[in-house]
Design a protein around this ligand. Structure first.
Ligand SMILES: Nc1nc2c(ncn2[C@@H]2O[C@H](COP(=O)(O)OP(=O)(O)OP(=O)(O)O)[C@@H](O)[C@H]2O)c(=O)[nH]1
Ligand SMILES: [Mg+2]
Length: 395
């Protein structure tokens, strides 16, 4: 017989007063009698949901607690991360409060993980036998379908086997999260940093769980209350995608190269204007025009690629970036000459080699010096992960 699982059920709530009782009834009815489970509501509500939860907790046969946050940092995703930190069972299950996620599926998620040895089990609307009937309106179905396809295309390897990376209903072994923290992968700062809704995506990409299983389900209708899914959440999700994708150094290097190439455009445009309307020598004009390209590259990199690791005032970062970019010019020309005169390369191959060398040097300097990870935070997150592991082993 499989060992009895120990589960922390995390339910994020934002104004779900009329759903709490129904949800707890559903969870209790679904649980096999010998299950050891704790339920934690992570609540950011502005209505009477906290009182309803407190009252329901007193009547519920399983332990129910609540973490009410005065500051709803990170929205839904932040709530789940806070819930993960607050609990300690080896299995974590995340479920919405509005009964769109059928509570009767809860045991199956954990059992599927135990049976298949998978660290992540996703309740999927897209697996065979699943459906997303409860998404109201064709518009939301299209948005959900498109964002699922784009996300899977961006992370083909890490999301292999996950047909529904947008699912909010899943079970994950705490071990996968602890390991990611130990290895400094759980966020560039060593922390999980979900933006808004897509916490599963954050966990699947950063924690790289060993083994993924899926359980199909039918996404139901909201039981009561209103949806909190907004256009703002959609925009947060796009930012989250960019941030997650750029947490991998190879991907950052590709983005760095593409942005660098795009910088030719403002550079050439400025050169054209300066040589057209002023009497500046073309070499002086190019040095000036090059600065526009530098600013262009800086803005794109700072906003898109390094948004999560920015430190200090933007003007300091811009100065550092401009200095590195201009030193590049000073070093590249002598390097070219050296390659032609001493190594015997032709001017074109020498230019290509010098461009590639300086591109790599510049990328590494920007990536590792200007936007360096905050190592102290990595160590702090590792310490937290160790503490969590230690408290688990004493249970
Ligand atoms: N703690 C917390 N929970 C949130 C927040 N936003 C949403 N939630 C909860 O997260 C779950 C999912 O939110 P929903 O509004 O149902 O989002 P959705 O299921 O994508 O949208 P619908 O299909 O319209 O229901 C619900 O349990 C919400 O109460 C938040 O900022 N903080
Ligand atoms: Mg919902």
């Amino acid at each position: 017989m499989a060992p009895v699982p120990t589960v922390s059920l995390i339910v994020p709530t934002f104004n779900e007063a009329d759903n709490v009782d129904e949800l707890l009834d559903g969870v209790c009815a679904a649980l096999p009698g010998d299950w050891d489970i704790e339920v934690l509501f992570v609540d950011d509500s502005t209505d009477r949901t906290p009182e309803v939860i407190e009252k329901a907790a007193g009547q519920c046969p399983v332990p129910v607690s609540m973490l009410h946050r005065e500051v709803p940092e990170g929205g839904l995703g932040g709530a789940v991360v806070a819930g993960i930190a607050q609990t300690s069972a080896p299995w974590i299950v995340v479920m919405d409060a509005d009964l769109q996620h059928p509570p009767q599926l809860l045991p199956e998620l954990v059992e599927a993980g135990e049976r298949t040895g998978s660290e992540l089990v996703v309740a999927s609307r897209y697996a065979d036998g699943g459906s997303r009937g409860g998404l109201d309106g064709g518009y939301r179905k299209v948005v959900s379908g498109v964002s699922t396809t784009v996300t899977k295309a961006l992370f083909p390897r890490l999301l292999r086997g996950v047909s529904d990376p947008m699912s909010g209903f899943f079970a994950i072994r705490r071990e996968a999260i602890t390991r990611a923290g130990d290895e400094g992968r759980a966020g560039q700062d060593g922390e999980l940093r979900p933006l808004g809704y897509k916490i599963l995506l954050e966990l699947a990409v950063r924690c790289r769980p060993r083994g993924v299983a899926e359980v199909p389900y039918e996404f139901g209708e909201r039981f009561a209350g209103e949806s909190k899914s907004t256009v703002r959440e959609g925009l947060r999700f796009l930012r989250h995608l960019v941030e997650l994708r750029s947490s991998d150094q190879r991907a950052r290097m590709v983005a760095f190269g593409l942005i660098g190439v795009s910088g030719f455009l403002p550079n050439l445009l400025a050169l054209w204007v300066l040589t057209g309307v002023t009497s500046l020598h073309y070499a002086v004009a190019e040095v000036l025009a090059n600065q526009l390209g530098v600013v262009w590259n800086f803005v794109l990199l700072d906003f898109l690629v390094y948004r999560g690791t920015r430190r200090g005032h933007w003007a300091h970062r811009l100065l550092g970036f401009a200095a590195l970019s201009n030193v590049d010019l000073l070093v590249r020309v002598p390097l070219m000459v050296l390659l032609v005169e001493r190594v015997g390369l032709g001017p074109v191959p020498a230019t290509v080699v010098s461009l590639m060398v300086m591109f790599s040097v510049r990328f590494l300097l920007v990536d590792m010096l200007l936007y360096r990870r905050k190592r102290a935070q990595v160590r702090k997150a590792q310490a937290v992960a160790h503490t969590a592991a230690a408290s688990r082993s004493t249970r």
